[in-house]
Design a protein around this ligand. Structure first.
Ligand SMILES: Nc1ncnc2c1ncn2[C@@H]1O[C@H](COP(=O)(O)OP(=O)(O)OP(=O)(O)O)[C@@H](O)[C@H]1O
Ligand SMILES: [Mg+2]
Length: 459
């Protein structure tokens, strides 16, 4: 189920408003109730005290009429204020007796309530005894006031509070929704921008300066992901271009040679020769494809496994032995100096050293001495540097030597002998060992090599 943040925020605003309004309403209601009660008591007590004074001074039946007249004049026709006087003596009584008041005539004195026939609101009463005075016996005096106006005030106030709270909550919800939508606008914009990214405009990035702080982290993470995607994509595209470019010529050659061979009658030995030459080229093609597959596996993050702790100088020496024949042919010699131990995958390591030595042999004069220097470096791990006397490599080429298919001498690029993949494989192997590569050219020597991380350095 998908949730809308805006809706959820609005609902939370509404809930908070209801809670606050509810609390305020409760408090207001309580205050009003108290004030109304107080007012009612004040009113009834004033009326009671006024008449109590008058009744207490009456001491004969002759004077009682004055009391009844006064009480009559003070009882409004709508019955909102009523008076009762009761005594043992028939002559000193007042008020139409209703069954509801009967209990109050003999019950306790003080403030109280009695029900009114046919109405829901009660009548507030004050009951008191006025002591006898000469001929007049002790009387019970009751004042009752109708609490309907208070009841109504309270009820309409309650209704008003309820309506106001509800309307308030609704208004806040609507505003909350609007505000939340407004606040979330940058998010909508962000998703729109993100939605526009495609392989055609992979270099497009989200505009972080315009984002609110809460979203910059998300935006930056997204841009970071795009950076990585873009570089992977570019690598892939470059790789595709390289493959097409590098394989097209040899394939065209193979097809051409085969077509020429087929163009007229050939003797069996001639055909064998063509097939042999084709086979050689096919094997070179296979070598390129294998190298490229190796590089693309390395690109995908393949690491050196089957690590063994060995003496690097010893490994280099073993590799040199394999190249004995080629070195003799080229008339060069190799000297290995220094040593250090490291954990390496030996087959990969030898492949890298072979590539470096091949290059050195190719680019040095006869009778030259190639030196392989092995040393342990503080932060780089074990460094293997292959140096050979030779023409200086122009500085601008040095950083690019390890690029795929990169050859300093573009004339050689056409040559079948060189694919320009040797050093990129060295670099891949160094990276598979968490290491790095380097190339320098100085004082008539070209020094190219790589480092492999030792377990200690990695810690
Ligand atoms: N020792 C060296 N001295 C001078 N130039 C070198 C040396 N090693 C490499 N280079 C230059 O670096 C380029 C790239 O070398 P790399 O080994 O990657 O390719 P390659 O030797 O041309 O072909 P491959 O090794 O695939 O057969 C070479 O073409 C060469 O121009
Ligand atoms: Mg090479």
């Amino acid at each position: 189920m998908s949730h809308s943040i805006a809706l959820r925020l609005a609902a939370m605003f509404a809930l908070a408003t209801l809670l606050v309004f509810g609390l305020i309403s409760f408090a207001l209601h309580h205050v009003l109730e108290k004030a109304l009660d107080h007012h009612q008591i004040e009113q009834i007590t004033t009326k009671y005290q006024m008449m109590e004074y008058m009744i207490s001074r009456v001491h004969s039946a002759d004077h009682w009429d004055r009391v009844t007249d006064k009480l009559d004049s003070m009882s409004p026709a709508n019955g909102s204020t009523r008076y009762w006087v009761w005594s043992e003596d028939q002559r000193f009584r007042y008020g139409k007796e209703i069954p509801e008041v009967a209990a109050a005539l003999h019950g306790p004195t003080g403030l109280g309530e009695i029900a009114q026939p046919g109405r829901t609101d009660p009548m507030k009463i004050e009951v008191g005894d006025i002591p006898a005075n000469e001929e007049r016996p002790a009387v019970r005096f009751i004042v009752g006031i109708d609490s309907a106006p208070y009841f109504n005030t309270r009820n309409s106030f309650r209704l008003a509070l309820l309506v106001l709270s509800t309307v308030g909550a609704l208004v806040v919800t609507a505003f909350g929704l609007m505000i939340a939508r407004l606040g979330l606008k940058p998010l909508t914009k962000l998703s729109q921008e993100a939605g526009e990214v495609s392989p055609k405009n992979l270099s497009q990035r989200l505009q972080l300066q315009q984002l609110p702080t809460e979203l910059t982290q998300l935006g930056a993470a997204f841009n970071g992901a795009l950076d990585r995607l873009e570089s992977a994509y570019q690598q892939l595209e470059a790789f595709n271009a390289d493959v097409t470019h590098e394989l097209r010529t040899p394939l065209a050659n193979l097809i051409g040679q085969t077509q020429v061979a087929l163009s007229r009658e050939r003797t069996a030995p001639q055909l064998v020769e063509v097939l042999q030459s084709n086979l050689e080229e096919l094997e070179r093609l296979r070598a390129i494809v294998n190298d490229m597959l190796f590089l693309s596996r390395a690109d995908q993050g393949e690491r050196a496994s089957r690590l063994t702790q060995v003496s690097i100088a010893a490994e280099v020496n073993k590799t040199v032995e394999f190249l004995d024949y080629i070195m003799d042919e080229a008339g060069v010699s190799v000297r290995v100096q220094g040593d250090a131990e490291a954990q390496i995958e030996t087959s990969l390591f030898r492949r890298a050293v072979t590539n470096l030595l091949h290059n050195a042999i190719q680019h040095t004069q006869a009778k030259a001495e190639i030196v392989v220097d092995v040393s342990a470096e503080a932060e780089l791990g074990v460094r293997i540097a292959v140096s050979n006397p030779g023409d200086a490599i122009p500085t601008e080429h040095l950083p690019r030597l390890f690029d795929r298919f990169y050859r300093v001498d573009s004339a050689r690029a056409k040559s079948w002998e060189s694919h320009g993949l040797g050093l990129s494989i060295v670099k891949a192997i160094a990276e598979m060992h968490n290491g790095s590569v380097f190339a320098l050219s100085r004082d008539g020597f070209n020094v190219i090599g790589f480092c492999v991380m030792t377990a200690e350095v990695q810690k």
